[in-house]
Design a protein around this ligand. Sequence first.
Ligand SMILES: [Zn+2]
Length: 98
Amino acid sequence: MGRAKEDWLEHQENLARAGGFLVKMGTLSACEAHGDLYDGDGDLEAAYKRAAYLHKRGELGFGDDLSQREVTDLLKEAYEDNAGVDVCPRCDYLLGQD
Ligand SMILES: [Zn+2]
């Protein structure tokens, strides 16, 4: 496996961790049926601050070699990937089948 591929995989893992963190913070919601993420009603800025605090203490678990900036970028990307929909996309699709 090439280096670029490894970096990509690591990035995907970190994005998934970032998504999970945002769900814990209430910034995103996770569908109980599908696990899909969608917009929550938490505060993204508060999530950034909380993540920064935990990362500094080595308790965030995104990877110790990430800079503070990279942690924030991951949270931003995870948020932007999933925000903008108010319901689980798969539930929405299924409900629209009737
Ligand atoms: Zn769903």
